[in-house]
Design a binder for this molecule. Structure first.
Ligand SMILES: [Zn+2]
Length: 203
């Protein structure tokens, strides 16, 4: 099957890393909302950190990779096991997602390794940190190719230091980007040719 990404980008062989951008939605139960899974929000910036595992109906977990209701990414238990077996990725990089009856049906991707800052090369501007909780977000900026597809830049220093599964140092709208190494990307697109990612190139 044709790899979707190869139809969207030229020179994809020069891409060094990729941000996850799965498009299949994996919805939580209709009667739950984010605040059922999070601590009380910061009174100043309203940011609320997740403190419980998500609950999702089994019927909503049909695809091997997906984007969750609150815009994190997730994978099936089988794919999670395969990623741990093949790459420098551990159990700590995932958080279980269960049905209301307690069965694990999916895994949230929660990478433990944060990359070196790459804001300068991407024109991401820091906002003033929250005076109460210290949270600092960045303004997001995407470079765009002639097909309207987005891409980012990575420095050689950040590339040399990154792991197979990472989050960016920078956060946007309460979440970092989830970044995978070239070898994890090659594995995923061979297995799932229709999945979507945002490539990183050297400047
Ligand atoms: Zn705050």
């Amino acid at each position: 099957m044709k790899v979707l990404m190869n139809t969207l980008y030229d020179k994809l062989d020069e891409a060094k890393a990729f941000a996850l951008s799965f498009t299949n939605f994996v919805y939580t139960y209709d009667d739950t909302c984010y605040f059922d899974f999070a601590e009380a929000p910061c009174p100043v910036c309203d940011r609320a950190k997740q403190n419980r595992d998500y609950l999702v109906p089994k019927a909503n977990c049909k695809k091997p990779c997906g984007i969750l209701s609150y815009l994190e990414f997730g994978v099936s238990p089988g794919l999670r096991d395969e990623l741990i077996a093949r790459f420098d990725i551990t159990e700590d990089d995932f958080r279980p997602i269960r049905t209301k009856r307690g069965e694990i049906v999916y895994y949230q991707i929660t990478p433990q390794h944060a990359m070196l800052p790459i804001s300068k090369v991407n024109h991401w501007m820091p906002y003033r940190p929250c005076p109460k909780c210290g949270y600092q977000g960045y303004s997001h900026h995407d470079f765009e190719n002639d097909k309207g597809e987005f891409y980012h830049y990575i420095t050689q220093e950040a590339l040399d230091e990154m792991h197979d599964l990472n989050v960016t140092f920078e956060w946007f709208h309460d979440a970092p980007l989830v970044v995978i190494s070239r070898r994890v990307y090659d594995f995923l697109v061979e297995k799932y040719p229709r999945t979507h990612y945002v490539p990183f190139f050297l400047p």
